[in-house]
Design a binder for this molecule. Structure first.
Ligand SMILES: NC(=O)c1ccc[n+]([C@@H]2O[C@H](COP(=O)([O-])OP(=O)(O)OC[C@H]3O[C@@H](n4cnc5c(N)ncnc54)[C@H](OP(=O)(O)O)[C@@H]3O)[C@@H](O)[C@H]2O)c1
Length: 310
């Protein structure tokens, strides 16, 4: 890659969304540097990208890593509050760290701050995920940085995906699948490559925009599970169960797998249609079409979210 090409910095190129943003940038001939602490996950890009640490205790180091970047694509966030001794993490810390990234971007004079938020982020939410994201959207808009805020719904695609893969894993192993309630709440899944494309387009387009990143198809949760069972050639009984039972089953399986399968807020968030916006889809890749190509491998292995953070 020509070192004269414009530099884009992206968090988490060895994780999920950041990996696809990095790939999209490289495909466009741009220079890519990643900030990550996940070297153990393997570098699929080799020498094509530069790798720097993401150390929130060393802001000067982050400023140096961001200097000269035309855009910084920030995916950094945590999925849940976790108390695990030396490995504690949670929404409050993630908000604090995101603010540090805003400050570092200002100090290094980054051209554009592309911030991956979440669809329907709201200060009124009782879920720290959506409340924290809403707070950061306001902070970024007030920061003076040129920004693009990208708000995805539930993301699918790629072998790194946790949520959809682990639903498929459950469907493969058990004859009965418990829906949270009747499963009649809507969601609009978006492919990870579409999210990446939206982020990079946003970085190169007009500043100070806020975009929902959603796919072209809307399903109810029940319909989505039905599409998955059909594509995998399975016949499964879909049974409405109370959230408390779903949560208990998730906890038991989580204890066996040493993972956090699902949280109460994730269940209530789905039921409250936080993964549905009703806005114009910017993503083009079909969930149903993707299932056709991935059904043979989907859910064959359990994807342990917590273990890969070690
Ligand atoms: N996945 C979805 O369905 C979905 C839906 C809507 C919005 N989003 C948003 O999209 C963005 C990317 O999500 P993703 O699922 O692709 O995440 P990811 O790749 O697993 O992680 C994104 C970044 O956050 C860091 N990170 C994640 N958990 C962490 C923890 N516990 N402690 C320290 N660092 C942590 C990762 O660090 P490393 O580089 O060290 O791994 C990486 O830099 C997030 O802002 C998320 O809120 C995701």
């Amino acid at each position: 890659m020509a070192s004269e090409a414009p530099l884009h910095v992206v968090t988490g190129a060895f994780g999920y969304t950041g990996k696809y943003i990095a790939k999209n940038l490289l495909d466009r001939g741009l220079r890519v540097r990643t900030l990550t602490n996940s070297l153990h996950r393997g570098n699929p890009f080799g020498d094509a990208i530069e790798v720097h640490p993401l150390d929130f205790d060393s802001p000067d180091q982050i400023v140096d890593s961001l200097r000269g970047a035309v855009a910084f694509h920030n995916t950094y966030w945590v999925r849940y509050d976790y108390r695990g001794g030396s490995r504690d993490f949670g929404y409050d810390l993630a908000v604090e760290n995101n603010k540090k990234l805003f400050d570092c971007a200002i100090r290094s004079d980054v051209g554009r701050f592309v911030h991956v938020s979440v669809a329907n982020a709201s200060p009124d939410s009782d879920w720290g995920y959506f409340q924290g994201k809403a707070q950061l959207e306001v902070d970024l808009r007030d920061s003076g940085l040129d920004y693009s805020i990208v708000r995805p719904t539930v993301i699918f695609g790629g072998p790194e995906n946790v949520l959809i893969n682990n639903i498929a894993w459950l469907l493969r192993r058990f004859p009965v699948f418990g829906l949270f309630g009747r499963g009649d709440y809507r969601l609009t899944p978006v492919h990870v490559e579409d999210v990446a494309q939206i982020c990079v387009d946003a970085a190169l387009g007009e500043p100070n925009t806020m975009l929902d990143a959603i796919g072209p198809e809307t399903y109810t949760y029940r319909e989505m599970i039905q599409e998955m069972t059909r594509a995998m050639g399975l016949r499964r009984l879909l049974v409405p169960i109370p959230d408390s039972v779903a949560l208990l089953a998730g906890r038991v399986l989580g204890a066996i797998k040493k993972d956090i399968l699902i949280t109460g807020h994730e269940i209530s968030g789905l039921r409250d249609e936080t993964m549905y916006t009703g806005t114009e889809p910017l993503g083009t890749r079909s969930f149903k079409g993707w299932l056709q190509t991935e059904a043979a491998t989907l859910g064959r292995q359990y994807c342990n979210d917590l273990t890969r953070r070690r």
